[in-house]
Design a protein around this ligand. Structure first.
Ligand SMILES: [Zn+2]
Length: 312
């Protein structure tokens, strides 16, 4: 990859191609004509979507991120540090960094260093699993609490509930760790709890909170946690009830099968090996078929052997 040698002209050309491909994606013949003459960089939409495997390549994702990054840096240089709102390209860069898992994170972290892009830096650290570092940037460098909350949500997308819970607890601990002097962070902690009550383990939270906090302050959190806990209890009760009734059905079937006597004589042969029974120990299948215990065990370890029915 030659990102660092990418000249301005070729970058502009690629961005034009990028926009063209994005704006006119269905015209296959046009796309192929463009691709013959230009380096093959897919549009962001094409790259991020579950598209052809051809586009799910590390080099495209890294290249696209570098192109966005270069344009963002150019825009910032032109604006002379004015305007804190992210430009359209910067928003696209952030979205790409968040959604894609294919680009080279370490390479982009190096490129971004010293560029004054803390939000992008936080996203990249998050991609490396350095959540503490990422949240620290968002909370202490940027002071953007809603971005920190968003971070917990998007970076745990597709993961299990404990992973998301871990991130929210990490953020809460960061707010509370600052102590009561950091009033802004205390307010952020209360808001976080009240807004995302279901993401927290209420028992753990109550142990962390300062004793001076009023119950009224945390009313939405406590109500949410209570509702969640009651819901979980009721769902579990339903599941237990269903499991019990299923168990009852199986017990009934078992008793029915055990109820009738089975006669074993010298004339009876094992349905699998066709040999007589030497001992009064056997396996009976629901269809009445009798087999040696060792034959039944062998049949279960060798699936290709003949089947006399389902084992009881
Ligand atoms: Zn047998």
């Amino acid at each position: 990859m030659q990102h660092s040698n990418c000249s301005t002209t070729s970058c502009e050309l690629l961005l034009c191609a990028l926009r063209f491909l994005r704006d006119f994606p269905p015209a296959k013949s046009v796309t192929s004509t463009v691709c013959e003459n230009l380096p093959q960089v897919p549009s962001e939409q094409q790259t991020l979507s579950v598209g052809p495997p051809l586009l799910q390549k590390e080099e495209y994702h890294t290249h696209l991120a570098v192109l966005y990054l270069e344009e963002v840096l150019q825009q910032r240089a032109a604006a002379g540090g004015q305007g804190s709102e992210p430009s359209e390209t910067q928003t696209k860069l952030r979205r790409l960094l968040q959604k894609s898992d294919l680009y080279r994170v370490h390479f982009l972290i190096e490129r971004i260093q010293g560029a004054g892009l803390p939000m992008e830096s936080a996203i990249l650290h998050g991609k490396l699993g350095e959540h503490g570092k990422a949240l620290h940037i968002l909370v202490h460098e940027l002071g953007d609490f809603s971005a920190a909350e968003d971070y917990c949500l998007w970076s745990s997308e597709g993961q299990d509930a404990p992973c998301r819970r871990h991130l929210f607890h990490m953020l809460l601990a960061m707010y509370l760790h600052a102590g009561p002097a950091a009033h802004e962070l205390t307010v952020a902690a209360v808001d976080l709890l009240n807004r995302h009550a279901t993401e927290f383990d209420a028992t753990q939270v109550l142990q962390l909170l300062p004793g001076s906090w009023s119950v009224q302050l945390l009313c939405p959190f406590l109500t949410g946690a209570m509702r969640d806990s009651i819901h979980a209890r009721r769902t579990t009760q339903v599941a237990v009830g269903l499991a019990r009734s299923e168990n009852l059905i199986y017990t009934y079937n078992k008793m029915k099968l055990k109820g009738s006597a089975i006669w074993l004589s010298d004339q009876k042969l094992c349905q699998l090996c066709q040999n007589p029974f030497g001992e009064p120990v056997f396996v009976r299948y629901p269809n009445g078929g009798l087999v040696h215990t060792h034959c039944a065990t062998n049949r279960h370890t060798t699936p290709s052997s003949p089947s006399p029915g389902t084992r009881t």
